[in-house]
Design a binder for this molecule. Structure first.
Ligand SMILES: CC(C)(COP(=O)(O)OP(=O)(O)OC[C@H]1O[C@@H](n2cnc3c(N)ncnc32)[C@H](O)[C@@H]1OP(=O)(O)O)[C@@H](O)C(=O)NCCC(=O)NCCS
Length: 220
């Protein structure tokens, strides 16, 4: 039987995650956040405490879902948290919104989140903790690396490789067969017509920018 879920974080992404969990009929045991007092309620969900709660004896009895997003200017925060939970052997279920269309043959790792209206076509692979946000479109045989974030409306034509921890901005289009390297970032609305190397921020009309390596826990 599915374990009751604990959500980590209580911001905007957590609100979206809560909605998906409710639509899926999952039992929600509580939320962990440092910003609300234990015992408070967040959308009727009890606040259990902050991350220290994970050290308590009963923590193994729950499944965990990350309620924090992954934005370009604070890369690695979500990844580090996922890696800590994974190292502890916690149950990290994949979360797929009922309106998402995901081909039956797509393997997905632990903690993957696929939000409303997303489409993932056959032959794709999705690594641990990857976040496919609202209405992304991932065409056939794409490989999405662990901890990657495809922001709302991103469009990957077929056979695109997205490296570990990479960020594809809202509405960006990646032409078929291209690679976006590990830890690379693509600006919202960009159309990518060449490979993007690891650790590079791509903004249309600007030279490639090397992103400082703040990606602890992510291979570059
Ligand atoms: C790519 C991004 C991270 C750039 O951030 P940044 O390095 O701080 O960039 P700045 O805001 O300092 O802008 C630097 C230059 O890039 C331009 N620029 C920034 N974002 C751009 C974009 N998406 N498209 C085109 N140009 C952009 C700016 O106009 C500026 O140009 P200038 O130097 O000629 O004045 C950011 O703009 C972006 O696209 N973020 C993704 C947003 C998103 O998808 N959110 C979804 C969250 S779920």
């Amino acid at each position: 039987m599915a374990k009751p879920v604990v959500i980590l974080g209580h911001g905007g992404h957590a609100r979206v995650v809560l909605d998906v969990l409710r639509l899926l009929g999952r039992e929600i045991a509580g939320v962990l956040t440092p910003d609300l007092p234990p015992g408070a309620r967040w959308f009727e969900i009890p606040v259990l405490g902050d991350d220290r709660w994970l050290g308590c004896a009963e923590a193994d009895g729950y499944a965990y879902v990350l309620g924090i997003g992954a934005l370009p200017h604070r890369p690695g925060v979500r990844t580090r948290l996922f890696c800590q939970l994974h190292a502890r052997g916690f149950d990290l279920p994949a979360l797929v919104h009922p309106s998402a269309v995901v081909a039956a043959d797509v393997p997905m790792g632990q903690g993957v989140q696929i939000m409303a209206g997303a489409v993932v076509q056959p032959g794709c692979e999705i690594g641990d903790d990857a976040l496919l946000n609202t209405r992304v479109s991932v065409d056939h045989h794409c490989r999405i690396g662990a901890h990657a974030h495809l922001a709302p409306g991103a469009l990957l034509c077929g056979e695109v490789r997205v490296g570990e921890g990479a960020f594809i901005g809202a509405g960006a289009v990646i032409i078929q067969g291209l690679s976006v390297g590990p830890g690379a970032q693509v600006a919202a609305g960009a159309t990518v017509i060449r490979h993007i190397a690891a650790g590079i921020r791509h903004i249309p009309g600007h030279p490639p920018i090397a992103i400082e390596q703040q990606h602890s826990g992510v291979r570059a």
